[in-house]
Design a protein around this ligand. Structure first.
Ligand code: GTP
Ligand code: MG
Length: 298
């Protein structure tokens, strides 16, 4: 048997930025597949998510990360840590900036933490919402801070200029191995996909503090012939939040279940039946041990 070694470029690219900048939208659009949930609310992504891009002789392993922010709770700190950790293995860092917002203290927080020894691409996303002068000023500010950085303007929602990100990454990556099979777009497991889809519905259907006080834990997946039955816990921090999630006469939890089942059926291409229990773990976001026990951070 003759084994041929195919010369290719490959490497790890960490996508970081403030919450809501459009990091996950950029990744999903580049891959042409939803590997990370997206909502209009900040703090949607809460852990690192791998997305693999393949093209002839090129494999980019993207790591989408939680938005970096000033944390108020242990959970927030762990989310930031997941983002900072992604720098360790990164060959290239992509910083996503919301071009429609002025430079603020939140941006400084990230600027200070960016690794100095890695190639940096700064993506000015949401240019569809930004004024020309505003983008120009923001780009000048970042170019002063990072003289060697490559600057790219994008609109992820309109799929504008995302191929430019790929071209620039390709130039920066070293020759390397194929890390993942060519047909694999993410390494997220079933449990993670199910819990994220349910979390997306909760974020969309609830207000104020509720989206962030809730964790989704998959307890059991029963794979039957042509269908899945899944037992899920929705964990809240307080009794009052449990009441809100359930809703009057169980109305809200039913909507969460039905909308989640609809997406899960599409994703797994088979019927998925959810059984959801809502329970309270007092102030779980303040308790690192509990966060780990719930399986929310590796
Ligand atoms: N107008 C506009 N909206 C965008 C663009 N890219 C993303 N969005 C929207 O911005 C919101 C946040 O997008 P996400 O992709 O979830 O942002 P994120 O940076 O991953 O956010 P976190 O995971 O919370 O850190 C969603 O409502 C997206 O539809 C864009 O280019 N233009
Ligand atoms: Mg995200």
């Amino acid at each position: 048997m003759i084994v041929t070694y195919k010369k290719m470029k490959s490497g790890f690219v960490s996508i970081v930025g403030r919450p809501n900048a459009g990091k996950s939208t950029i990744l999903n659009t580049i891959l042409g597949e939803k590997v990370a949930i997206v909502t209009p609310k900040p703090h949607t992504t809460t852990s690192a998510i791998i997305g693999v891009f393949n093209r002839d002789n090129l494999q980019i392993v993207f790591v989408d990360t939680p938005g970096i922010h000033k944390p108020h709770k242990a959970y927030g700190e762990l989310m930031n840590k997941a983002s900072y950790s992604s720098f360790l293995d990164a060959d290239v860092v992509v910083l996503v900036v919301d071009a429609s917002l002025p430079f603020g203290t939140g941006d400084n927080l990230i600027v200070e933490r960016l690794p100095k020894d890695k190639p940096l691409i700064i993506v000015f996303n949401k240019i569809d919402l930004a004024r020309f002068e505003q983008v120009k000023a923001l780009k000048e500010k970042y170019q002063t801070l990072f003289k060697d950085a490559i600057l790219i303007e994008t609109s992820a929602i309109r799929n504008f200029n995302l191929d430019e990100i790929i071209s620039e990454i390709e130039k920066l990556l070293p020759e390397g191995p194929q890390y993942y099979p060519l047909d694999m777009k993410t390494i997220s497991d079933e449990e993670f996909i199910i819990s994220e889809i349910i979390r997306e519905k909760i974020i969309m259907l609830t207000k104020q503090e509720i989206p962030y006080s809730v964790a989704v834990v998959v307890r059991h997946i029963e794979n039957k012939e042509n269908k899945k039955e899944v037992l899920v816990d929705i964990v809240t921090e307080k009794d009052s939040q449990k009441g809100i999630i359930i809703g009057k006469g169980g109305k809200l939890i039913k909507r969460i279940r039905l909308q989640s089942e609809y997406d899960l059926n599409k994703h797994f291409r088979m019927p998925v039946k959810l059984e959801i229990l809502v329970r309270v773990e007092e102030n779980w976001r303040d308790n690192p041990k509990l966060i780990k026990k719930l399986g929310l951070m590796k």
